[in-house]
Write a protein that binds this ligand. Structure first.
Ligand SMILES: Cc1cc2nc3c(=O)[nH]c(=O)nc-3n(C[C@H](O)[C@H](O)[C@H](O)COP(=O)(O)OP(=O)(O)OC[C@H]3O[C@@H](n4cnc5c(N)ncnc54)[C@H](O)[C@@H]3O)c2cc1C
Length: 577
C-alpha cells in the first residue's frame, strides 16, 4: 500500500489566517516533489506552498478563500516513491505509515493484549509508553521495580542531583567566609538529608504513576520475559505469572552497575545505588572509577566530610573530556582528594574490622577505607529477557538497533542504555519517542547530531559534539576559540573566574562542531551549544545573537566573538585563538 502523507502549511513566519488565492492542482493528479499545491496571500506577498513529496493527490481539503495558518492540514497525498522527510515533519507526526501487522487489540484493560508493550519503566520506557499512548496506541508497561522512573529517577540522575545540590550549597556557603559572611561548620543530619532525597524522588515517581493512569497506560508490576515474537510472560510482583500478547514491543530494560570480581561481599563496599543510600559518612572513601558517576559521588561525600581517594584504570579522570577543562576541574577539586591514581588498577580488597584494605597493582603499600564505592561502569540488562525466544539479536549484551530503533526483529524496538553508549537519560527519552512514533506507524528516526554530556560535579564540566582531543586523534583540523571566565563580570561576581568556555569550528564551513564548558551551571548552558550544532550555526550566528548581560551564558556568545576576532572583552592580542 502506498504511504499516505498529510500535507500541512509550513511555518509562515509572522503570518496566520492567510487566504488561499489559487489551487493549481486537482484530486487524482500526479504531483512532483516541490510542485505548488496552493498559493496563499499575505498583506505583503503571495506564497507558493509546495508539496514536500512526489505522489498522487488524494484529497484537497481547502478551497479558494479559506484561511490557513502554519500547521493547517490542507491536502493528502499517496506517495509514488519513498520520500525523505525533514526531522521536524516526522517528529511532528504529520506523515503516517501503514502500521506493522497488529495482534487484534481488545477494548478495555486487563485482557493482556496490546498494540505496544514496553518493558522497563525508566526514562526511555515511560517516555515511549506515554508517547505511544498519546498517539492512540493501547499500551502495557511492565516494570519489575516498585516505582516507575528506572535508574534515573530512583537511583541515578535525580537522587544524585538532590545530594549534589546540597553539597554545592554547603561548599558555596563556606566560601563566603572569604567575603565576610561566615556560617560556622556544617552539622550533618543524615536522616533528614535522606528524607529530602527520597522526597525529591517520590514526587517525580508519583507523578509518573499518575500520568500513566491519565493516559490509560496499564502498568504491570513484574519481570517480563519474551516467550515468542509476540508474547511475554511476566513474573508478577504480587506472585504468579501473567501472559501478555503484543503487536509491537519496545525493550527499555536499561543497565546495571558492573560488579568488580576482586571485591568481596561486604556492606562497606557499595555501588552507586548503595552510595546514594548514604549509609554513613566515612572518614576515608575510595572511589573506584574516575568517570562522571564516581566523581559526582566523591563530590557529595567530600562535602559531607569524607576524605576521598580515586583509582582510575584509564590514563585520565573524566577520560574523553578535553584536558584543558579537566586541568581546571582538577585544580578546583584538589582539596577533596588525598590520592588520585590514574592508570592504576585495584587487584585485591580484604574486609577486616578496621575497614576494607585495598591493594593496587604494582603498589607495595595497601590503604584501608571505611567505605569503597565501585563506579567502574554499567552493563546492559539483556540477560534474562528471553530475547532469543523472540529472535532478537544481542551483541555483547547490547541490543543492536537501526535509526528507527528497530531490533533485528522489525516489530520489536529497543532504546536507552540497553542499546549502547552513551548511557544517558536524555538519549533514552529521545529514542523512546522515536520508537513509539515508529511503532504507532509514523515516520520518525533517531538522527540527533550530538548528545550532550555533563558531570554535575563542583565545578560542572559539560561537553557536546567534537572535542579537541577527539579531533586531534582523528587528524581533523578544527578552529578553536576559548573565552576565559576571568574576563566575565558575572563569573568574577560569582567567584567563578576560573571557568572556561570553548567552541570548536569546522574551518571549511565555519559551523560550530563542538563545545565544552567548565564552571558552575555548565550543564544548564550546554543546551545552547547543542542547539547551535543541530542548526548548523556558525560563529556569526552565535556571536551576533545578543546574550543577556551579565550572565555566565554570555560566555558562549563571547567565545564565538573570539572566533570572529571581534571580542572587545579580552585584550587585543588574545582575541583570536
Ligand atoms: C548514579 C547515577 C547518576 C546518573 N546521572 C545521570 C545524569 O545526571 N544524567 C543522565 O542523563 N544520566 C544519568 N545517569 C544514567 C541514567 O540513569 C540512565 O542512562 C537512564 O536511566 C537509562 O534509562 P533507560 O530507560 O534506558 O533504563 P533504566 O533507567 O535503567 O530503566 C530500565 C528499567 O527497566 C526495568 N527492567 C529491567 N529488566 C526488566 C524486565 N525483565 N522486566 C521488567 N522491567 C525490567 C528496570 O527495573 C528499570 O526500571 C546516571 C546513572 C547513575 C547510576
Amino acid at each position: 500500500m502506498p504511504e499516505t502523507f498529510d500535507i500541512r502549511i509550513p511555518d509562515l513566519g509572522d503570518y496566520a489566517d492567510v487566504p488561499v488565492i489559487e489551487i493549481p492542482v486537482t484530486a487524482g493528479q500526479s504531483i512532483a516533489k516541490d510542485q505548488t499545491l496552493l498559493v496563499v496571500e499575505s498583506d505583503k506577498a503571495t506564497l507558493d506552498i509546495p508539496s514536500p513529496v512526489a505522489g498522487r493527490l488524494v484529497e484537497m481539503l481547502v478551497g479558494l478563500g479559506d484561511t490557513v495558518s502554519a500547521g493547517t492540514l490542507v491536502a493528502r497525498l499517496a506517495a509514488e516513491e519513498p520520500a525523505a522527510q525533514s526531522r521536524a515533519e516526522s517528529r511532528a507526526g504529520t506523515a503516517e505509515l501503514a502500521p506493522a501487522a497488529i495482534v487484534p487489540s481488545k477494548d478495555g484493560h486487563g485482557d493482556g493484549a496490546c498494540d505496544v508493550l514496553v518493558i522497563g519503566g525508566g526514562p526511555g520506557g515511560y517516555a515511549a509508553a506515554f508517547r505511544a499512548a498519546d498517539l492512540g496506541q493501547r499500551v502495557i508497561l511492565v516494570e519489575r521495580d516498585a516505582t516507575l522512573g528506572g535508574v534515573c529517577l530512583n537511583v541515578g540522575c535525580i537522587p544524585s542531583k538532590a545530594l549534589l545540590h546540597v553539597a554545592a550549597v554547603t561548599e558555596e556557603a563556606a566560601r563566603l567566609a572569604a567575603h565576610g559572611i561566615s556560617f560556622g561548620a556544617p552539622s550533618v543530619d543524615l536522616e533528614k538529608l535522606r528524607a529530602f532525597k527520597a522526597g525529591t524522588v517520590r514526587r517525580l515517581t508519583d507523578g509518573l504513576a499518575q500520568m500513566a493512569r491519565q493516559r490509560k497506560v496499564e502498568v504491570v508490576r513484574g519481570t517480563a520475559r519474551f516467550t515468542g515474537a509476540n508474547a511475554v510472560t511476566v513474573a508478577l510482583h504480587a506472585g504468579g505469572e501473567r501472559s501478555l500478547a503484543f503487536a509491537r514491543a519496545i525493550v527499555a530494560a536499561g543497565s546495571s552497575p558492573v560488579a568488580l570480581s576482586m571485591l568481596p561481599e561486604d556492606p562497606r563496599i557499595v555501588n552507586s545505588t548503595g552510595a546514594l543510600d548514604l549509609p554513613f559518612v566515612p572518614k576515608r572513601l575510595l572511589v573506584i572509577g574516575g568517570g562522571t558517576i564516581g566523581l559526582e559521588m566523591a563530590t557529595v561525600y567530600s562535602a559531607l566530610g569524607a576524605r576521598v581517594d580515586v583509582v582510575e584504570r584509564l590514563p585520565n579522570l573524566l577520560e574523553g573530556v578535553d584536558r584543558d577543562l579537566v586541568a581546571i576541574w582538577t585544580k578546583r577539586n584538589a582539596h577533596r582528594f588525598d590520592r588520585v591514581r590514574t592508570g592504576a588498577e585495584v587487584v585485591s580488597a580484604t574486609a577486616g574490622p578496621d575497614g576494607i584494605t585495598v591493594a593496587l597493582a604494582g603498589d607495595a603499600e595497601t590503604q584501608t577505607y571505611d567505605l569503597v564505592l565501585q563506579a567502574a561502569g554499567r552493563r546492559p540488562n539483556g540477560a534474562g529477557l528471553g530475547l532469543d525466544a523472540a529472535g532478537v539479536a544481542v551483541e555483547n549484551g547490547f541490543v543492536p538497533v537501526d535509526a528507527q530503533m528497530r531490533t533485528s526483529v522489525p516489530h520489536i524496538f529497543a532504546i536507552g542504555d540497553i542499546v549502547g553508549q552513551p548511557m544517558l537519560a536524555h538519549k533514552a527519552v529521545h529514542q523512546g519517542h522515536v520508537a513509539a512514533e515508529v511503532a504507532a506507524g509514523h515516520r520518525a528516526g533517531f538522527d540527533a547530531a550530538v548528545i550532550p554530556s555533563v558531570a554535575y560535579t563542583d565545578p560542572e564540566i559539560a561537553w557536546v559534539g567534537l572535542t579537541e582531543s577527539a579531533a586531534k586523534a582523528a587528524g581533523r583540523t578544527v578552529e578553536v576559540a576559548r573565552f576565559p571566565w576571568a574576563a566575565s563580570g558575572r563569573a568574577i561576581a560569582n567567584g567563578a573566574d576560573y571557568g572556561l568556555t570553548k567552541l570548536l569550528f569546522d574551518p571549511a564551513t565555519k559551523r560550530v562542531v563542538g563545545g565544552a564548558i567548565v564552571g558552575p551551571s555548565a550543564g544548564d548552558m550546554l543546551g545552547e551549544i547543542a542547539l547551535a550544532i543541530e542548526l548548523g550555526a556558525d560563529a556569526a550566528d552565535i556571536g551576533r545573537t545578543i546574550h543577556p548581560h551579565p550572565t555566565l551564558g554570555e560566555t558562549i556568545g563571547l567565545t564565538a566573538e573570539v572566533a570572529l576576532g571581534l571580542c572587545t572583552d579580552l585584550p587585543a592580542a588574545a582575541r583570536r585563538a
